[in-house]
Design a protein around this ligand. Structure first.
Ligand code: SIN
Length: 497
């Protein structure tokens, strides 16, 4: 049995093998890859390193399971989703520790992610029974047309490391509600929580093969993902991650005309007008930006503050950021954890150096967390006097680095906010109702936060526009629709109608 640096109440919950057909499975090569604790840089577990040649057997298992699962009654699927929800909740203390060790996020945030993620199992349990087609009377006489919805088939979830539980439950919950089987390929940094979820799904009553999990190293992930996307039995791929990889996934899927949904990068603007409630704007920004050390696609990358309140707002932001405590996610006084990867630290450093070169002033933080051992730490950082020409304005930073820009007019800020290839989320704070309506219509993003820094919820559609991708996850109807196909039946009736 593996020895972890934490104690679990249920020692059977976490196994470090892939989970295929309800069986803990090694890679055919016997190779494994290491999983590091971002808070210490130390390896604490390993998982099987699947390669492309291991993929076919997994897809075939999912395909066999689909032949039975597609016929299962929606109420039965809903009951299993609810049981899964219950089992996850029952084990949440164990799961939260594993999440903190694999992702680095503070334990309180790990609990927060699980709570958020359980919104999806709960929501999709409800959605399973509400899948509807329709019946219509067409223009041709003596005819009726029926549209019926069916599960699309074997699906694939390619999942990132920043919210490894929420992203799994958001994708897998929708697929199972629709009656599809699904293969998850978690990120090499965070496969462990995904394995626990699959283990609990089988315990909740989903047949072996309905939810399979493949693990692979950073080196093998591209070939495994490509094989999954190109496998003829795979009908739908849902990917969350960078725009660069998302566009590659779309290319792989184009060959077989697979249905695809892509939730990609952010670079989200957060706009603070003179007439807002400053306390509310600051509080929402702090929660949004420092959540998982800035490693969320929906985080605020660029903060635009109107001239009249710029100095006051920046000073409050700096004061409240400087009291954050950077440290290991398991330490009880930690309020901001490490980055999940070492490369994240290098990117943060590069963005800060570029901003300084172009006239930005670092007023809080600015350095990697030296003195905290070999963990992947970067201080929560605020750069004032930011400019559109800076790297941080053009790319998603994905780190605890916040750039603050000054603006004068609404027209100017809308132009700058939209001046990005991305369009995931935008946020604004104002008490002017006319302006709020204009911004809702004029900001180019799939999700608009109006006097709030958080629009993520199981019951609201999640997804972007422009290079932030397409397709919606969560929300009523739209999320499950991604896992369904429509069939149109047309019937001629005899007699007089
Ligand atoms: C993400 O950043 O990728 C997801 C965050 C969320 O669901 O709120």
């Amino acid at each position: 049995m593996a020895h972890f640096p934490f104690k679990m109440a249920d020692v059977e919950l976490l196994k470090t093998e892939a989970y295929v057909q309800g069986t803990w499975t090694a890679a055919s090569s016997g190779k494994r890859f290491d999983i590091e604790d971002p808070g210490t840089g130390k390896v604490f577990a390993s998982c099987p390193d699947f390669s492309a040649s291991d993929v076919d057997a997994v897809v075939e298992s999912s395909s066999r399971a689909f032949e039975e699962f597609r016929k299962e009654n929606p109420r039965s699927r809903a009951q299993k989703l609810l049981e899964w929800d219950r089992l996850i909740r029952e084990s949440k203390d164990d799961i939260a520790q594993v999440l903190t060790y694999e992702s680095g996020k503070p334990l309180a945030e790990a609990h927060g992610e699980i709570e958020y993620a359980l919104g999806f199992t709960w929501w999709f349990a409800g959605e399973a029974e509400r899948i509807r087609g329709n019946l219509s009377i067409p223009s041709q006489p003596n005819r009726r047309v029926v549209v019926t919805k069916q599960p699309i088939g074997v699906c694939v979830a390619l999942v990132p490391w920043n919210f490894p539980i929420a992203m799994i439950l958001r994708k897998v919950g929708a697929a199972l509600a629709a009656g599809c089987t699904i293969i998850a390929k978690p990120s090499p940094e965070t496969p462990l929580t995904c394995l626990i979820l699959a283990n609990l799904a089988v315990k909740a009553g989903f047949a072996p093969g309905v939810f399979n999990v493949i693990t692979s190293s950073m080196d093998n992930t591209p070939e495994v993902a490509e094989r999954l996307c190109k496998h003829p039995l795979v009908k739908k791929v849902s990917f969350t991650g960078s725009t660069t990889i998302g566009s590659l996934i779309a290319k792989h899927c184009a060959e077989g005309l697979k249905k695809v949904s892509l939730e990609l990068g952010g670079n989200c603007p957060f706009i603070v007008f003179d007439d807002c409630n400053q306390e509310q704007a600051c509080e929402e920004l702090l929660k949004l930006k420092w959540r998982h050390a800035g490693q969320a696609c929906v985080t605020a990358n660029r903060v635009y503050v109107q001239s009249g309140i710029y100095e006051e707002f920046v000073a409050t932001l700096a004061k409240r950021t400087s009291i954050l405590k950077l440290g290991h996610g398991m330490s009880s006084d930690t309020t901001i954890g490490p980055l999940t990867t070492k490369r994240g630290v290098s990117k943060a450093q590069k963005h800060v150096e570029d901003a300084i070169e172009k006239g930005g002033k670092v007023i809080v933080g600015g350095k990697s967390g030296k003195g905290l051992g070999d963990g992947f730490f970067f201080e929560p950082t605020i750069i004032r006097d930011a400019k559109q020409s800076m790297l941080i304005s053009q790319e998603e930073t994905f780190a605890p680095v916040l750039a603050v820009y000054r603006f004068d007019s609404e027209a100017e800020v809308v132009k700058n906010a939209n001046d990005t290839s991305m369009g995931l989320a935008s946020y604004f704070f104002t008490k002017n109702i006319d302006r709020a309506w204009r911004l809702l219509e004029n900001l180019e993003a799939g999700m608009i936060g109006m006097n709030t820094g958080n629009s993520s919820a199981a019951e609201s559609p999640f997804g972007g526009m422009k290079l932030s991708g397409y397709g919606k996850e969560s929300g009523k109807d739209v999320a499950v629709e991604e896992y369904l196909v429509s069939k149109t039946g047309t019937m001629t009736l005899e007699g007089h109608y």
